[in-house]
Design a protein around this ligand. Structure first.
Ligand code: GDP
Length: 489
């Protein structure tokens, strides 16, 4: 229910409808309570039940999180190598894998998992990840302490790790049935949930979940938005329906709750915004991602962007000196006069920005409006191992999420996070079957704000035999950009 007095309304807007706790110090994380000022109001309101569950989660995190006596106790058990029979606190430790977009999708999914299973989410933050985000949980920390007994995450959590749940099952030492019957104290001190790309089939049966629930420590490594998979499991369906009556806004709420850029990153975001985007009447975000494994030539990609623009009436039309529009299909929109449009281009390369800026240089639009084109950085190549590079990437994801209309590149998790945070259904530049061939159609409007789960479980347990994954529940369907993938609508 909307709050009554103007002060209450203001507080409600600032806390994103109750999503954010008011208990934080503002200066330590300036983005948390100010980013709402940079965006249109969200079309999605968190459910009162989600708000209640988040506050309960925060209380548990304070009770069980780093620095608490219960945490110390749990760490002692972990050190001993034996799983404790009963424990007041259970943990899901997230460890990063792949690019920043992948990481944010996997981290949000791990948090949802923690919410559903009453675990406490902790983050293994290597140097390049450290300092990107503020701590999202009041009165505690989400980062693993420096003296945590497991130090070598990369070496310990690999495909062949014996702690991997998938390998435990396959080893046959403990077959599926046997695992269910085994007592908690007979299990190792932790389990590794390996959910990287094609392995997302490993854990989404109810029998698996019952076994996993016995482990007090779980380490999760993933690069996909596996949150979607929980919506396919009957065991979680009721709870998820209460948490997220609006299926399209799951990541939107989770990401706005969890991801607050640190003051360093916020400095980049706010300076850029004030300098180049604040004065515009409309902000158009264009994210161009050319994957190294699928090198689409510049002219092909640029042509696709222009065809998408013509199809969707996206980029303002340029007027020629004789008053005729340069683009033959251009009909100036009647209400566009004097309008200031800022186009934010994000890409690893500067070429798209340069070409588009060239189009508008010295030209007015067909309606007398003005266009400015900006690109915050052009890093050349992906450098996930470098902190400064990741800070710029996060700043750009955030800046994109401040745009009124967003064009993203198919398959890119960087783009998913940006439009998910924004709460905007993007226009997606589709992938063509071969890099040299133009995509047809050049772009489609996505039917949902949700990210796509690229690698869904091959089989969902308890689903009727032979039912396709896109037909189990009405709100999970195949994605526009990855036909094998699924997403919430
Ligand atoms: P995906 O590969 O498109 O799914 O997105 P990821 O975020 O997982 O990985 C791509 C990484 O490349 C990003 O995290 C950045 O490090 C870098 N990158 C890709 N596109 C951009 C961009 O437009 N701007 C910046 N600053 N970095 C980018």
């Amino acid at each position: 229910k909307p709050a009554a007095s103007p002060q209450h309304r203001q507080a409600d807007v600032r806390l994103l409808g109750g999503l954010l706790s008011p208990a934080f110090d503002e200066q330590s994380c300036r983005s948390r309570y100010t980013s709402y000022l940079y965006r249109r109001p969200s079309p999605f309101r968190p459910s009162p039940y989600l708000v209640e569950r988040l506050r309960r989660y925060e209380a548990r995190h304070r009770r069980c999180g780093p620095g608490s006596p219960l945490f110390k106790e749990a760490v002692e058990h972990l050190r001993s190598g034996r799983n404790a029979a009963r424990s007041d606190c259970q943990y899901a430790v997230w460890t990063p894998f792949n690019g920043l977009g992948n990481r944010m999708l996997a981290l949000a999914s791990t948090f949802l998992y923690a919410l559903l299973t009453d675990r406490v989410l902790l983050v293994h933050a290597p140097h390049e990840f450290d300092g990107l985000f503020c701590n999202p949980f009041p009165g505690s920390s989400w980062t693993l302490p420096a003296d945590f007994p497991i130090a070598d995450f990369e070496g310990t959590f690999t495909m062949t790790s014996p702690a991997s749940y998938k390998n435990m099952k396959q080893a046959g030492a403990i077959s599926g049935d046997h695992l269910i019957n085994v007592t908690a104290e007979a299990l190792p001190a932790y389990v590794f949930l390996d959910l990287i790309q094609s392995y997302t089939g490993a854990a989404f049966c109810e029998a698996d979940q019952r076994v996993l629930a016995k482990f007090n420590w779980m380490v999760v490594k993933s690069d996909v938005y596996f949150a979607t998979a929980f919506f396919l499991m009957p065991a979680y369906r009721r709870e998820l329906a209460r948490l997220f009556p609006d299926k399209e806004a799951v990541f939107h709420h989770l990401s706005r709750y969890l991801f607050h850029p640190s003051n360093d990153v916020w400095g980049i975001v706010s300076r850029f915004y004030e300098a180049y985007l604040a004065g515009a009447d409309e902000r158009l975000g264009l994210q161009v991602r050319v994957f190294p494994e699928l090198p689409v030539p510049f002219e092909t990609m640029y042509g696709q962007i222009m065809r998408c623009s013509a199809q969707e009436d996206l980029l303002p039309k340029v007027a020629r000196e004789d008053g005729e529009a340069r683009n033959s299909s251009a009909m100036p929109p009647p209400d566009g006069a004097r309008k200031m449009t800022s186009i934010l281009v994000t890409s690893l390369s500067p070429e798209y920005y340069e070409r588009i800026r060239g189009v508008y240089r010295g030209n007015r639009t067909g309606t007398g409006g003005r266009v400015a084109v900006h690109q915050p950085s052009h890093e050349g190549a992906q450098h996930t191992e470098a902190r400064g590079h990741n800070q710029r990437a996060l700043a750009e994801i955030y800046l994109l999420s401040f745009c009124d209309r967003i064009v993203t590149t198919a398959v890119s998790t960087f783009g998913y996070v940006a439009h998910g945070l924004a709460g905007v259904r993007p226009l997606m530049l589709l992938r063509s079957p071969s890099p040299e061939m133009p995509a047809e159609p050049p772009c489609v409007r996505s039917l949902s704000v949700e990210p796509c789960l690229h690698a869904p479980p091959q089989q969902v347990c308890d689903a009727p035999e032979g039912s396709g994954i896109g037909a189990i529940v009405p709100y999970v369907r195949h994605c526009e950009d990855v036909h094998r993938g699924v997403k919430l609508f």
